[in-house]
Design a binder for this molecule. Structure first.
Ligand SMILES: [Zn+2]
Length: 76
């Protein structure tokens, strides 16, 4: 019985993790949803190429280094 309860708790943690919802509410342009669906995320590409950290969700503010990288991309 105790093992079963532990199993249930583990399942719940796993489920919650998988269902992390972005503060933006999700959708087609949501970076979390797009990553989940293995869609191409433009800013991720730019940040990876520049060895910068990726944003965890849509409402996370860009670091200055990230802003610069994006601006450079759009200006080139
Ligand atoms: Zn989002």
């Amino acid at each position: 019985m105790i093992l079963f309860i532990i199993f249930l708790i583990k399942m719940k943690i796993k489920t919650n993790y998988n269902e992390f919802i972005c503060p933006c509410g999700g959708g087609q342009s949501c970076i979390i949803d797009r990553r989940k669906n293995k869609d191409w995320v433009h800013e991720d590409d730019v940040f990876k190429n520049n060895k910068l950290p990726l944003r965890k969700h849509c409402f996370q503010k860009y670091y200055n280094s990230q802003k610069t990288a994006l601006q450079k991309f759009f200006n080139s």
